[in-house]
Design a protein around this ligand. Sequence first.
Ligand code: IMP
Length: 432
Amino acid sequence: MNTVIVVGAQWGDEGKGKVVDYFAKQANAIVRYAGGNNAGHTIVVKGETTILHLIPSGVLHKGKVGVLGNGMVVDPAVLLKEMEGLARKGVKLTSKNFFISERAHLIMPYHRRIDHAREKAKSKKGKIGTTGRGIGPAYEDKANRDGIRFVDLLNEDVFEERLRAALKEKNAYLKRVFKEPGFSFSAVRKEYLGYAKRLKRYVTDVSLLLDGMLVKGKKILFEGAQGTLLDIDHGTYPFVTSSNAGVGGVLAGCGVAPYFLQEIVGVIKAYTTRVGGGPFPTELTDAVGEHLRREGAEYGATTGRARRCGWFDAVVGRYGVRVNGFTGLALTKLDTLTGIDPIRICTGYRVGRKQITEFPADIRQMAQAKPIYEDLPGWKEDIRGARSLEDLPRNAIRYVKRLEALVGVPFFLMSVGPQRQQSIIIENPFET
Ligand code: IMP
């Protein structure tokens, strides 16, 4: 297959960085299609950890093309810092191997300030727990037609006009509603025109670029950020991010024709985590939750926040399969479960007197949902050295097979440790 899409199947942080890094070996280009620097993709190569927030993690392989699609919101200061960090590691991004969509929107300083001010003003219960990177306000401006795109930044007159109009409104909003200071036109103008100068050479028509590559039979990997349950349409609204993190984001966020899209790999953790607010039926606040957090190093790659941890939720898994059309799954962090006995799997919810097996849209139902569990025996053996299914202890195989049966899609690969080689590969969709 020539295209593989990697999508988070839960609430993000499923370990997409490592899965993308693996598939990227065979891809010619790796494309981010949604989100911004709210994402944090961690890749460990030869013991060295790299965390990327904007640039597709696949670029760590030599000779790859990295692309930021139009569906993204890009903070140029963060992007430049990330490019510098990669250059120090010997990964040089040039105008031949790195491209930014001219239609991608910019995150402006007022987006960040509004994001913070809004979260601060919300009640404890209502807090979304955003990453504070200005993501929501930037997408809001896009939908509202007040956004500033890279193509606008590159035309000084257009940029000035749009910035002036935006600041008039944003400054008044910040001052009147939140008692926060506004921004000076000249300072923001100078800062962003400086970014324009440094980033201009990478800005292009990404749809045209990808179409040209696909027509020539090149292999493209689409790298999802966040996860299905953080998708603005299909997630646990309003506790979601502001983009289509699911497969739908690929079409809108890159401008590629649907007939090019083939394999869709859902990345799913062997248990569940979430950061930020919102319902989480299988959440564990006991010693098992602590074990998962500690052994799985469940701390945000972007904000450092401790992630909430819980049992695997098959309702979530099945939902992800349905709304994304996963052709296969990558199961991650199986090793984190070592030492836990029994291991529980949520197969449905009880809401009041009703039993439900499909994911509800109503956030109040979700908040009341009591998981229905099935228990499986755990294992004690260290599984990080397993390279095939047969290398796993019997109970680990049983657990994996049960998950597969419950979600209804085969596992293409399983990750048994953070290192590149700590994986069990069953099938590679680029090779089918
Ligand atoms: P925002 O995307 O910063 O607006 O945050 C909205 C919600 O999505 C919050 O609950 C965040 O914690 C969550 N979120 C955003 N990006 C990620 C991610 O990459 N992994 C996990 N959660 C995320």
